[in-house]
Design a protein around this ligand. Structure first.
Ligand code: ZN
Ligand code: ZN
Ligand code: ZN
Ligand code: ZN
Ligand code: ZN
Ligand code: ZN
Ligand code: ZN
Length: 1753
């Protein structure tokens, strides 16, 4: 790289030449010349290489500027014939713009489609058009664009209604479609034509130019230097990492440069990576090729001459210029289209547009994008040329697709992707079908690309290589094109369209024929198959074609002639497929019950069978359509009905269904999973429409044309059950087959499946054409049956229903008629519940139920019936009527063979099952009998005489069997079975049947056609009551079991832990009694006087020491908390926090130098401590932690997996609740102060000042003694009375407690400052006090935000945490150097009582007063311990509180805002005293500060400021002293009440007029006040009032989010990556804390943090959230929680659709709206510092989250 940095000054060398250039003159010259193209080329040949590509780094701004001046400007002058800006403006004015919006979408931009009005889902609107359209009130879908494509606003074909938005509404006056060229003068047209044809030709020549070292004729540069580029091209084979690694090696660049190269290559498709002489570039090329050619084909690299690259650069620029220029006028656009499509010298398909398209796959990405854009803004925007272009596109279609197969770019950058713009316009598509035979072309191209066939010519995907599989994926896009062409059905048919469609249909049948019978399977016996056969490719094909097949049928159905022709063609195709239907298969004769039929011998279990039968299924579909229209009845002679051979029709579908049955019966186990998967998809909602459903229809069609007895015999034969039912002695079946239990079991399942099939063949009448129903009935029935299982969310229902080609299920039209909607709460989602009246449609044997669905639905329905006090039989529902073509199917129910089968099963059921029959078999038989009865009832109701006699099921079942069997009648059997004790479960159904039979009989007997009585049997009240009782008993039992289970789980949790750590626990498990830890604290022993928490008058524990007993969760032993006892600890989690920060711009502190002694009032960084409240012995915890560590080490060695916690950082999960923890807090008893001397403020100030002086000089002395050079005079100060500097107090704590004090303190220090642990560091105690203050403050805020009272509402765990944290704070000085703590105290005290000897004390505006109070109180014991005169600690605490409160008052007054509106609000005297005194104080401050303070007139306003400003401080102080001194809280503070102020002041021993604190000691405090104000920082702070922190500080909120989610998408779509120069960001992510938008999950925005590469989000969390972050991933609509570099989880977004569901990943596209409750829930998690905990729980619950590389997000 270094070689070439120098020659960037060339433009200036050329400057003079450029300055003398005149565009106008050049254009004038061009007007004169005869050979304009040559002249222009000469100009380009001369200038282009001088402007572009002069050095290694292209300089787009400079180049574009020069190109504008020297190259474009003369062209524009020539074009306009005048000053271009004037000429173009004129053009624009006279233009009548087209009504198309045509806005081209950026990646990630929101697009909208109306689900009611769009012609198809590809019709979309841009946000602007959408908001101005009628569709925003409709049901719409919102998606994000993948880039490319444009807004369809104004395209009347795209929208059923409302095609225009307000902006693109046409003026009715000029609606006449006139030629836009009419507005232009002839000369202008000619000139435009000239310029456009030269420039477009030039651009096409250059972009399709493939020589590296030469230029086209006429463009050779006048000077040729040895300057080359080494150009690297993009492909989709090599990864980012490979490219980056290779580049670093090949061109010797840094990683950063390599990343930037790789990013550009990925974006633009190519990038020069080296500039220099030929040799230099060639060398880099060979390194790159060598390095990347090992596994795959090498990266494409070319060494290109700089002039070639220069012309290509300008060619791109020229295309962009053309695009801009035609925007001025539709006329110019039309001329460009004309130029582009003009036939070239080589004849057909040689226009410039053709040339570009045909070279598409050879061009680099950037070039393709530019010319595709130009096509979109020209050819596709002009209605006339859009058609001509479409024709060219269709003619080249096969070539383009073939090129695309070889292309190594994605489809979005291929010209083939333009098909969506052309083919979805219905008129264009229709024209291409009729004129260019497009349907046939697409299908043939598709078939040609699938070359692998078996001997019968069927597709074979078996041994696909990776490359063939890649091609197969590509070729699927052709199916997409076919779908576009078919998506809108013609309303009118012409002969030509019929002809061409049927031609296409022929081609389609050829395709289906290649699929009929593909992937056949043979049952594996003996050994398991060795290799799972390939099956996915065939199913992918089937799935992709599903909608096409459906659409083909719809097209056929829209025209009778076409339908009949298609039917014929399909039938002959099927006949052709199965011409060898009986080949090699022996004919046999079956006979039963006096009927006999000829068929073939074929066993599914022995011969080949295939699941793919698209030809049969298409025919089934067409047959149903024929049946639906009445053509079949009007012109039966036109139909080839006589050619139909019903046995042939049903044969293959039947085999397929039998295959499923056998798989269920376990007969194909050895064939492995591939078969199981195929069967699964065969029934799956994605495929069943054109697979399972159609097979069933085909069986129905075939059966309706056959004698039902024959049909059933063939069915029995194919199920391989014929021998069981045909044998006269089938009753002895059990004894005969006893030998093999497996076979019996198999046969039982097969019989069940066979009966189910019969139920379906007779009962499934909800397809239009089969039954007399509408399509809405079908969808209603689907929904009813889904909801019979359980209430479901909208998306669950959508998933369970088949979608059509428009991605619609049709659910919205009917859902409200069958279900009611229940809204969701803060969690969960909205649910649809079945309307009770729809339950009568329930069919237990609904054909789309899986066995699991069926049993769930059965259970649910029985339960509902019982709840309603009905009998729980589930008889078959009343069905709709068959269409005439299918009407004869009902006779199956009463045919001899079926009755014989039913009788046989009932006969078996006489005896308790020993495995010879099954409950479900019997249940199906009863259902079939029920169906017969329901059918008969229906016939009776509609009672035409004919029906009544022809369908007499009751008669048939009352007839006994004939000789020789002499079996009893079915009815007789049922009557016997009714009382069989082993059939208890079926009793109600049998009872229902018998009752219905007698009903029917009565009806028939009263031949007078009285309507039948209600068939639903009402059971006697008695049984209902019995049942109720039983039900209640059962419920009680269930509840008991559930309770027991929970208890067992809880003790299991503990046991589990102990088992895992067995080595630790010698104790026997019996000791494990679930005894919760008990705390005896907080029971006030005296409540006589007012409760006070601080000062000499404070509440004290009554006489005897209160003992505090706790239980260790690990060893279950009880332990008393004593200072000399064994240490007990609380699991805790310490984290840095910015939740309360008022200044997120403050840069993180330098951890090594930062002095945390004074917290700034902006609270920008704090240390928060939380706990789950679980208590352990310190030694139990230590052993536990060591075990976790050891286990973790072993695990990491073995599995290298991460865990949700980082052991190396001291993290562990609480052994009881698995809460993330990183340290423990020692539990300490209350300290007792027994002192007598209670000095007043002035005495105390005196003493303390003397103490300070003494300490100060003593410290100096030691420093001097240690050799620290201190020039200050070390005067000897006399100590006050009883103050012994050399006194070393006794440490009251046991060794284990001391150890824990150190442990916790060190964690505070380590986590809070992000440094390595060092227990000696003087900042350790400061961090402890700080965390105490910060945690109390944050909890005070939380209580306000949650509107909860100060006391009594905290959960136990927080209560325990705060109390132990505070007591720890008071004790931690014991384990630090006393001198250090003393000197901290000296500095803290100096902030209140300024001391000239102490330096670098911040002014009172820069101190958070609560932190100061806490630190003073907690550090003071280190000073007080030197005193032996009996000074009271309580008095000191009270004096600290008073002093700090006064300082805070001053702070609030100084920062108060002047009142904005002067309000006449003098209060009624109640607080007159306070108002006057606050005014006085304020005026005193003004005298000290003068101009720095504003004037006030109203004490009312000031007093209000003071009161609201100081309240959070007082509340926090109350919490602090409450926990420190253990004083019970006053009841007034246990509720939200108006008396809070007085109660707080009383509890804190403060006067309710706080100003009295000052005025009572004015002579003492006045000098302090003066000195505070004289600190230079005060004046400075007041002058920069913008940065001033004012009180009260408001609670922080997460940012405001828009109500409509698309507003966010739109915002994100215009967001560009801040690092890679205006590039779109792939994963724009919004910080919910500060509102910053980030470019996440991308190389471009990775930065280095603490020596590691991290993504933008992780980097941001460190600045914004001290390591914790809450983000919204906008494209995914997903909330992201991050903590540190290794932890993260996804969280449900606060956006819901109208059905109360979130849409993570934006897959469904329903409009989303903000749910405030859910957002508040996230905010609460954040405010209470629970994000990290939430992540921990999520990661424990879902281990895959642990593996994600969170730091790269
Ligand atoms: Zn638009
Ligand atoms: Zn519009
Ligand atoms: Zn609409
Ligand atoms: Zn223990
Ligand atoms: Zn816990
Ligand atoms: Zn942020
Ligand atoms: Zn970026």
């Amino acid at each position: 790289m270094a070689a070439a940095e120098t020659d960037r000054d060339s433009p200036s060398a050329l400057c003079s030449e450029f300055l003398n250039f005149s565009a106008k003159d050049t254009a004038a010259k061009w007007l004169q010349v005869s050979n304009l193209p040559k002249e222009v080329y000469q100009h380009l040949a001369c200038y282009v290489p001088k402007i572009y590509c002069l050095g290694p780094n292209l300089n787009p701004q400079n180049e574009d500027l020069l190109a504008q001046l020297l190259l474009q400007s003369p062209l524009e002058w020539y074009l306009c014939g005048e000053e271009p800006s004037v000429g173009l403006a004129k053009l624009e004015q006279s233009n009548q713009p087209s009504q198309l919006c045509g806005h081209v979408f950026k990646v990630g931009e929101p697009t909208y489609s109306c689900r009611e009005c769009a012609a198809d889902p590809t019709c979309v609107l841009c946000m602007q058009c959408f908001l101005g359209s009628v569709h925003k009130e409709h049901r719409y879908r919102m998606t994000t664009s993948g880039g490319g494509g444009f807004c369809d606003c104004g395209d009347t074909e795209a929208w059923k209604k409302g095609p225009y938005c307000q902006k693109h509404e046409p003026n009715i006056s000029d609606f006449s479609q006139k030629d836009p060229l009419a507005n232009l003068s002839a000369e202008m047209v000619a000139r435009t034509y000239n310029v456009f044809s030269i420039i477009l030709k030039y651009a096409v020549d250059m972009l399709t130019w493939d020589k590296e070292d030469e230029l086209p004729e006429g463009l050779e540069p006048p000077l040729r230097g040895d300057t080359y580029y080494c150009m690297l091209f993009n492909d989709e084979v090599h990864t980012y990492e490979q490219v980056i690694y290779t580049l670093q090696k090949a061109v010797n660049c840094t990683q950063k440069e390599a990343v930037s190269f790789a990013t550009t290559v990925d974006r633009d498709g190519r990038k020069s990576v080296r500039f220099g002489d030929f040799q230099f570039c060639e060398q880099a090329k060979s390194v790159i090729v060598r390095n990347t050619s090992r596994q795959t084909k090498p990266l494409r690299v070319q060494v290109m001459h700089s002039s070639v690259v220069a012309h290509q650069c300008f060619a791109l620029r020229a295309l962009a210029w053309l695009g801009q220029t035609i925007r001025y006028s539709d006329a110019l656009r039309r001329i460009l289209c004309q130029v582009g499509l003009q036939r070239g010298p080589e004849g057909e398909n040689s226009s410039l547009v053709d040339t570009l398209m045909l070279c598409d796959s050879k061009m680099w990405k950037g070039a393709r994008n530019v010319y595709h854009q130009l096509f979109m803004s020209s050819l596709l925007m002009d209605p006339k040329y859009k058609k001509l272009f479409a024709i060219q596109f269709a003619r080249n279609y096969r070539r383009l697709q073939t090129d695309f197969m070889e292309d190594d770019h994605e489809r979005v950058v291929s010209v083939t992707s333009l098909s969506v713009q052309l083919f979805t316009a219905p008129t264009v598509a229709r024209m291409l079908i009729t004129e260019e035979n497009l349907m046939t072309t697409i299908i043939r191209t598709f078939v040609d690309h699938l070359r692998h066939r078996d001997l019968q010519g069927r597709f074979q995907f078996e041994r696909y290589t990776a490359q063939q599989a890649f091609k197969f994926r590509r070729v699927q896009s052709l199916i997409g094109d076919l779908k576009y062409v078919l998506i809108s059905r013609p309303t009118e048919w012409g002969d030509q369209l019929r002809e061409k469609f049927l031609k296409g249909f022929d081609a389609f049948l050829e395709l289906l024929k290649c699929m009929q019978g593909m992937d056949p399977v043979v049952r594996q016996v003996g050994q398991h198959i060795e290799m799972e056969p390939e099956w996915e490719a065939a199913f992918t094909l089937q799935m992709k074609l599903t909608h096409i097949i459906s659409m083909m049928q719809e097209w056929c159905a829209s025209d009778e002639k076409v339908l009949i022709e298609a039917y014929k063609k399909c039938l002959s195709a099927l006949t052709h497929c199965h011409s060898g239907f009986t080949d090699g298969e022996q004919p046999i004769t079956l006979s039963m019950c006096g009927h006999s039929v000829d068929t073939i011998r074929y066993c599914v279990s022995q011969e080949k069978v295939s699941i793919h039968l698209p030809v049969s299924r298409l025919l089934a579909g067409l047959h149903a359509l024929l049946s639906k229209t009445d053509v079949a009845y009007r012109f039966p002679e036109q139909l080839p009905l006589s050619e139909l051979s019903p046995p042939m029709l049903i044969e293959h579908p039947l085999r397929c269904l039998v295959l499923c049955a056998q798989v269920h019966a376990g007969m194909w186990r050895r064939n492995g999973f591939s078969l199981v998967n195929q069967i699964y998809y065969y029934h799956n909602v994605k495929c069943r429409m054109e697979m399972f459903d159609k097979d069933l229809i085909m069986l129905q069609a075939g059966a309706s044309m056959m004698d039902p007895n024959h049909f059933l015999m063939i069915v029995l034969s194919r199920f391989e059950l014929y021998h069981i039912f045909s044998a006269p002695d089938f009753r002895k079946r059990c004894s005969r087959e006893n030998a093999n239990k497996d076979v019996v079991q198999q046969n039982n399942t097969l019989i069940e499946e066979m009966l189910h099939l019969v139920i379906m063949v007779v009962g499934e009448r909800y397809t239009a054409g089969v039954g007399q129903v509408e399509s809405t009935d079908e969808i209603k029935r689907e929904i009813v049956h889904q909801l019979c299982i359980r209430p479901m969310a909208h998306s669950e229902l959508v998933k369970a229903l088949p979608e059509n080609e428009n991605k619609e299920t049709g659910m919205e039209r009917v859902i409200d008629s069958v279900a009611s909607f229940k809204k969701p709460g803060v969690t969960g989602r909205g649910l649809y519940k079945l309307r009770p009246e729809c339950a009568k449609m329930f069919n237990l044997y609904f054909h789309h139920y899986s066995r699991a669905d069926q049993s769930k639905a059965e259970e649910a329905q029985r339960k509902i019936k019982r709840q309603n006090g009905e009998d729980s039989a589930l008889p078959p529902p009343v069905l709709s009527r068959f269409c005439p073509l299918f009407a004869s199917l009902v006779n199956i129910l009463q045919c001899d063979v079926l009755l014989s089968i039913l009788g046989a099963v009932l006969q078996w059921a006489m005896e308790p099952s020993g495995g010879h029959w099954s409950e479900s078999m019997l249940q199906r038989v009863l259902h079939l009998i029920g169906m017969g009865l329901v059918e008969e009832q229906q016939h009776l109701i509609s009672s035409t005489e004919d029906n009544v006699t022809s369908f007499n099921f009751t008669l048939k079942i009352s007839r006994p069997g004939e000789a020789p069997g002499n079996t009893p009648s079915i009815l007789a059997l049922l009557e016997t079975l009714q009382n069989a004790p082993h059939l208890e479960v079926h009793k109600e159904m049998i009872r229902w049947i018998l009752k219905t039979v007698s009903n029917i009989k009565t009806t028939r007997e009263c031949t007078a056609s009285a309507p039948p009585t209600d068939s639903s049997g009402h059971s006697q009240e008695e049984t209902v009551r019995d049942k109720d009782k039983a039900e209640r008993k059962r419920k009680a039992e269930m509840a008991r079991l559930r309770r027991e289970k929970i208890m067992a789980q809880m003790s299991e949790m503990q046991r589990h832990f102990i088992n895992e750590n067995k080595e630790l626990f010698q104790q026997s498990l019996e000791e494990l009694d679930a005894s919760p830890s008990s705390s005896l604290e907080h029971s006030p022993s005296c409540c006589d006087s007012v409760l006070v928490c601080v000062g000499p008058r404070r509440w004290r524990a009554g006489g005897s020491d209160r003992r505090q007993m706790v239980t260790c969760i690990l060893c279950q032993e009880e332990q008393e908390i004593r200072s000399d006892g064994r240490a007990m600890v609380l699991a805790a989690f310490v984290q840095r926090s910015t939740v309360m920060s008022k200044n997120r711009k403050r840069p993180p502190h330098n951890p090594d130098k930062y002095d945390p002694l004074f917290m700034h009032p902006d609270l920008s960084f704090g240390t928060h401590t939380g706990s789950c409240g679980h208590i352990m012995h310190s030694h139990c915890w230590q052993r536990y932690f060591e075990a976790v560590q050891a286990k973790e080490q072993r695990r990491q060695q073995r599995l290298r997996v991460h865990t949700s916690y980082d052991v190396e950082n001291g993290e562990f999960l609480c052994p009881l609740c698995e809460c993330l923890s990183n340290t423990v807090i020692p539990l300490l008893p209350l300290t007792k102060n027994n002192c007598s001397v209670q000095p007043d403020l002035s005495q105390w100030l005196n003493i303390t000042s003397l103490q300070m002086k003494a300490l100060h000089s003593a410290h100096r002395k030691t420093n001097n003694a240690e050799g620290v050079d201190d020039t200050g005079d070390a005067e000897d100060c006399p100590s006050p009375y009883g103050f012994k500097l050399d006194h070393t107090p006794k440490n009251p704590y046991s060794s284990t407690i001391k150890e824990m004090l150190t442990t916790f303190g060190t964690t505070m220090y380590k986590v809070g400052l992000k440094v390595h642990p060092n227990e000696q560091d003087p900042r350790v105690p400061i961090m402890c006090w700080g965390s105490c203050g910060y945690t109390i403050q944050s909890i005070e805020r939380l209580l306000v935000d949650e509107e909860k009272p100060l006391f009594g509402s905290l959960p136990c765990r927080q209560d325990d945490c705060l109390s132990s944290l505070t007591r720890f704070g008071a004790a931690c000085w014991n384990v630090s150097s006393h001198t250090t703590v003393q000197s901290h105290f000296i500095r803290l005290f100096a902030a209140l009582v300024p001391d000239s000897r102490v330096e670098n004390i911040p002014c009172i505006l820069d101190i958070d007063m609560f932190h100061l109070l806490v630190s003073l109180v907690l550090s003071h014991p280190a000073v007080l311990c030197l005193d032996s005169s009996g000074l009271s600690a309580d008095a000191a605490q009270l004096h600290f509180l008073h002093l700090v409160t006064v300082a805070h008052l001053v702070q609030i007054l100084l920062t108060s805002k002047p009142e904005e509106v002067r309000m006449e609000q003098e209060s009624g005297g109640a607080e007159r005293e306070e108002e006057e005194s606050v005014c006085m104080l304020f005026n005193t401050l003004r005298t000290h500060l003068g101009r720095g303070l504003h004037e006030v007139s109203s004490g009312w306003h000031l007093w209000r400021c003071v009161k609201t400003g100081i309240l959070p401080y007082l509340r926090a102080a109350a919490l602090f002293f409450h926990y420190l001194n253990g004083a019970p809280s006053p009841p007034e503070l246990h509720a939200l009440s108006a008396g809070e102020w007085e109660a707080l002041c009383g509890y804190l021993c403060l006067p309710s007029n706080l100003l009295q604190l000052y005025y009572k000691n004015q002579e003492l405090l006045e000098p302090l006040l003066q000195r505070w104000c004289s600190h230079p920082g005060v004046l400075q702070g007041l002058q920069t009032s913008a940065a001033l922190i004012r009180f009260p500080r408001e609670s922080n909120h997460l940012i405001e989010l828009p109500e409509d989610y698309s507003a966010l998408i739109n915002q994100a779509s215009s967001f560009t990556c801040p690092k890679s120069g205006g590039d779109k960001s792939r994963a724009p992510t919004l910080c919910l804390v500060c509102g910053a938008m980030l470019c996440s999950q991308s190389y471009c925005c990775q930065t280095e943090l603490e020596g590691e590469d991290v993504g933008a989000c992780t980097a941001h969390t460190f600045a914004c959230g001290a390591g914790v972050g809450i983000f919204l991933r906008v494209r995914e609509c997903q909330v992201l929680f991050l903590s540190g570099k290794t932890k993260g989880c996804f969280y449900a977004p606060p956006y819901l659709d109208d059905y109360g569901e979130t849409d993570q990943g934006l897959r469904r596209g329903n409009p989303l709206h903000l749910c405030q409750e859910r957002y508040r829930k996230i905010q609460k998690l954040w405010r209470q510092h629970s994000i990290t905990e939430e992540i921990g729980h999520a990661q424990e619950a879902n281990q895959t989250l642990v593996g994600i590389d969170w730091q790269h997000l």
